[in-house]
Design a protein around this ligand. Structure first.
Ligand code: HEC
Length: 203
């Protein structure tokens, strides 16, 4: 009787072991048993996470392919000014954050400096920079007074900063200055650059 009991127990243990092992499959994409699947898998149609085929989209994916005739961003050219031959792409900026030297050397402002562009640059500057850098670029904006360390654009160290350098600083920030690339698009950045260059000359 005793031995039967032990036998039954060990068979039971083996079975439990088999059940435990088989419940974890080897397939790395299979999450196994989920306690509450809709806590893990989105119920709505998410663009970047998809568990089931989307029945409403011909490709079966949640994301649609771009419509025919769509122009890729890198091929999008923007031209400025009358008779101006600029065909440089303003929408894409490939110089990495740690390469300010390259930016200063190679980047040229593709937007012609006109009164209208300067006026637009000024409005953008007032909106995004003036609270730190001050109306004349002296570093005396109201936020600058508390934030500290905002330079004067006309100082010896700042007055000769190149247009590419300034564009890069607006895009990625520098030291205590935060990036502004997500607030202003490249076209707006170049307009601000024209205005900052005016302030560098103290005019
Ligand atoms: C929150 C305050 C703040 C705002 C807003 C701000 N800046 Fe700055 N900026 C700074 C500070 C601080 C520095 C000094 C960075 C350092 O070297 O620590 C600086 C430095 C700079 C420099 C000099 C970079 C160098 O090479 O030393 C330029 C050019 C500049 N800012 C342009 C701009 C422009 C253009 C805008 C608006 C799009 C702007 N900043 C918005 C605080 C600000």
């Amino acid at each position: 009787m005793m031995s039967m009991n032990i036998l039954a127990k060990s068979i039971g243990g083996c079975l439990l072991g088999v059940v435990l092992f088989t419940s974890c499959g080897k397939d790395p994409n299979n999450p196994g048993k989920q306690f509450a699947p809709n806590m893990y898998d989105p119920v709505g149609y998410e663009p970047y996470k998809q568990v089931k085929k989307n029945p409403f989209n011909p490709q079966g994916s949640n994301l649609f392919l771009p419509v025919e005739g769509t122009v890729a961003r890198r091929n999008y050219k923007t031209q400025f000014g009358e008779g101006d031959s600029v065909s440089r792409d303003l929408m894409i900026y490939n110089i990495p954050a740690d390469s300010i030297e390259i930016a200063s050397r190679v980047l040229k402002n593709p937007i012609p400096k006109t009164d209208a562009v300067l006026a637009e640059g000024q409005v953008l500057y007032q909106r995004y920079c003036q609270h730190c850098h001050g109306a004349s670029g002296a570093g005396d904006g109201k936020v600058g007074a508390t934030y500290k360390g905002v330079p004067n654009y006309t100082s010896d160290a700042m007055k000769n900063l190149s247009e590419g350098h300034i564009f890069h600083v607006i895009t990625f920030g520098k030291a205590r200055m935060w990036p502004h690339g997500s607030q202003v698009n490249p076209e707006e950045r170049w307009k601000i650059v024209h205005y900052v260059q005016k302030l560098q000359k103290g005019s």
